[in-house]
Ligand binder design. Sequence first.
Ligand code: ZN
Length: 474
Amino acid sequence: MVAIPSSPPTSREVIRTAIVPVTLSGANYRQAHDAHHIAAGLWGEALNWVHAEWKAKHNPSKYDIRAFLTSIPREQRPLHAHTTEAIGYDLYEAIKTSRTNRMNGMRVRSPWRKKNYRPLSFSKSYGWRVRCDHKLNLSLGRGRPGIVLALPNVEDPVTGRLVSPELWGEIQLCWDQDNRQFSLHIPYMSRRMFSAGKAVTAIDEGIINPMALATWLDEQTINVTIVNGREARAIKRQRNKATGALQRKLSKTKNGSRKHRRLVAAKKRTKGKARLQLRDFDHQVARRAANHVIAHSIGRLVIGDARGIEHKTKQKRRMGRSSRQQLSQFSRGTEERYLAEKTGLDIEHINESGSTKTCPVCGARNCPSGRDYRCKVCNFTCHRDAVGAINILQEAIHGDYVPIGADVEIRVTYLRDEKRWSPDQRTTYRKVQCRKAITPSSAKNQAPAETSCKPKLAISSTSSSERVPLVAVA
Ligand SMILES: [Zn+2]
């Protein structure tokens, strides 16, 4: 394996969206609630119109849909004109996406469903503005009182600085159905580091360890980073148990009764909370993987193809009930999507059958049990997920599971799970970290980040408590 000179990562401008939960006052809450219903009604009317146009063999453009919506009398659409226009643009985008997906061979329908609730868009300086008393005003059109909120703080997680409202774009006011809360989605421009280089990284995905990444460092060394995922399993298990218990109680109540309504709300809250925690977790996994990719100047990302194993687990009946549940809740696709966004690379999928069974040193096939791999032929031992990633790496480079050779050193970095934190706690932690960075004595407290192991020697993969900068935004 020829070592490739590393190239420094490049930084590019990206749009990030901060999701800020907001609490509205009574009058504003009702206003926002009505406006969301009206927006959904306009979506429905535009949808009917588009379907009628299609029947008449016309193909309305983005601007035709907009013209239709703005031709509705002002009294029937008590929203800002830009909010109304945004509904038309969204509908056009949805139609375009369905067409692209159909061209790519997917079986999809054009938009058809009537909505009850639609997010509201507020364009910069027309739809939303900062008032002189430092409140945010979301306009519902001329002559109507707007929705007024306290000006939210938007922090860029890359720089740790507050983003001034002058840099915000079009704001959306959205309703989170499960958590029963409004939130503002605020986009802004930020810079992000992207990987630049030509090296190859292979990724083995799993439920216990969501990602194991393997890269040739030089001709004698392979670097493996294993990202632990026990945290996500704990969140999912807790959610499954809690919703199961609520469901059992629900089955004993009468539909529509007060107790039934309360239990339904409790179930939604449990699910909503877990959803937010899992989104945060998936971002953390992808960020740790992206840090490995950027640090090794990777230009090609290859992942063992596990697509579709989370589907139809019941029909396939391969495993027990609880393993099937774990598998169908595997958030593999989301993490891959986040990783592609964070590294700026396209993801390649290759066949991974037998990758965790084949010995990377002698090529013999073994059946590992537990997390450690031990070869019965050559006595090689290593972490099981590291073996999978190394084999996929060899397949990506040579087209087959070519043995790596006995004198290659495998360095395994094991990233332990991180405590579940609220965004506030994490901000506080970051501030403490920044202060610590100034004190020179903090260097000696840092745990060694990696452990080395030679093949044929027992590997002791100790943990390193590496903290990664969190990306708390979508
Ligand atoms: Zn072997």
